[in-house]
Every structure is written in structure tokens, then in C-alpha cells.
Write a protein that binds this ligand. Sequence first.
Ligand code: FPP
Length: 223
Amino acid sequence: MDGNGRWAEGRGLDRLSGHAAGAEAVLKAIEASSELGIEYLSLYAFSLDNFKRPKREIFGIFGIIADFLEEKLIPLVKAKNYRLRFIGDLQSLPPDLLGSVSKANVAGLNNSGMTIIIALGYSGRAEIAAAFNYILERRVLDSDMSPVTYEEIERSLSTAMLPDPDAVVRYGGYQRLSDFLPLQTVYSELFFLDKLWPDFEKRDLYEISGKFERIRRNYGNIN
Ligand code: FPP
């Protein structure tokens, strides 16, 4: 969801207005995904590297996300039967945002509809290191010298039990993944849009879905 800052700056507004507009765009993206029958929607809301930004912007974004969870997402999850998962270093978040995250977690607990995954304080590299340390600890405790398999690594990631993304969509004109699900996206179809995230329109996702349907996915095989 890139381009919030540039969207605001282009209008002579404070960058935080761009993030607020970005949160409105998230609602449209959820609605479009639901209409398209997408079962898992992951939103990269805040990376571990985003902590390098000025404090005012960081806490501004956290405030916008907390309000979004409390006022928009929790009621929506209850009304539409959505499931919610949070991934990332949640301990890096301030207590008030963590409180909203916990409430949101509970709201979708017994639901069975579309799963919305929100990455907060997320870093793919940190996730891989944590998975390796978890595996290492178990190996040492069990005096187990057997080779580590990819399946074991997969089970130790924060996305355990979730399918790998079929597609990744990045707004904002850059063609990179910025530490987003590096292992899980090895076979994902990548879509890069030049438009800025707050300019999201439902038809973007409809068009991408159409393109995706026409792609033959071989996973290294033929046909
Ligand atoms: C990247 O744009 C965006 C972010 C770091 C924050 C994303 C946050 C939201 C969309 C707010 C709402 C999220 C949820 C889940 C409610 P940027 O600031 O890097 O933009 P720039 O490249 O134009 O500076």
C-alpha cells in the first residue's frame, strides 16, 4: 500500500492525511476482495523498517490504524464474518495499538469467511531468523541432528497454516517487495501499479483478478 505520502504531498497536505486516505482505500480493497471471492487478503500496513521514520509519522500511522481497527474493521469483521490475523513483531507496537489489535483478534475468532491478514511491525528477514531460532532451540532440546526441511521452516513462520499468496499487488510505482513475505511469495504473481495507494479503485483489483485468471501457473513443471 505505497504512495500515501506522495499522494498527500501532491495535494499540499500533511503526510498523515495520505495515510488516513490510505485507510479509506483499505476499506474499498476489502470490499472488492470479498466481492471477488478472495479467501485471504494480506495487507502490509507497517514494516519493521518503517520504524526508521520520524516519530510523529510513526505514531500518526499507529493512531490511524488503531482508529481504523476500532471504528471500521471490528464492526465489519462482525457483520461480514471475516477472520483476522496479525503478523509481525507485535511487541514492537505501543500498548494502545496493541490493545486494539487484541480486540480485533477476538472479534474474528469464531468466524469462517474471508481471512484478512494485517502485517504490523513486519519483516520477512526477521521472521526467517525467528523461525530458524525456534527450530534450533527445539533441535538442541531434543538433541536432534536431523536436517531441517522446508516444511519445518514453513510451519515455523508467522504464516503457518496460511496458504502462500497467489498474487502480490504493489501500488506507488516501485517494483520491489520491501521485505514482504520473502519465502511465501516465491511463486506469487507480481502486479505493480503506478498509481498511489489512496487512489485505489475496486476496478484495479477486478482487472488484476482477470489477468491472474489468464496466467498459467506451472510451478516449474510444464502445462
Ligand atoms: C507507505 O506509503 C504506507 C505506509 C508505510 C503506511 C500504510 C498505512 C496505511 C495504508 C494506513 C492504514 C492501514 C490499515 C491496515 C488500516 P509511504 O508513506 O511510503 O508513501 P510514499 O512512498 O509516497 O512516501
